[in-house]
Design a protein. Structure first.
Length: 76
């Protein structure tokens, strides 16, 4: 997330807020339902991006995974 906040929730019970500088990693695998609700920052800004990668066929039915990484956990 470059600026602002996004509220995240999914069918595995993960939920929280992805804030400026935070990263979210999700592997859909055999299926995960998720929702994201933009919140923005104090000035109403929200800037971020998503990258989607196609899993190799041998991993299509793997268990779904989720990992949230806060900006404080990222080495600079």
């Amino acid at each position: 997330m470059l600026a602002g906040d996004v509220e995240h929730g999914d069918s595995m019970g993960n939920s929280g807020v992805i804030s400026t500088g935070d990263v979210q990693w999700m592997t859909a695998g055999s299926g995960i339902i998720h929702q994201e609700m933009p919140v923005g920052d104090a000035e109403g800004r929200m800037y971020g991006f998503q990258l989607w990668a196609n899993l190799p066929s041998s991993h299509k039915m793997m268990d779904p995974r989720y990992q949230g990484v806060t900006s404080r956990q990222i080495r600079r």
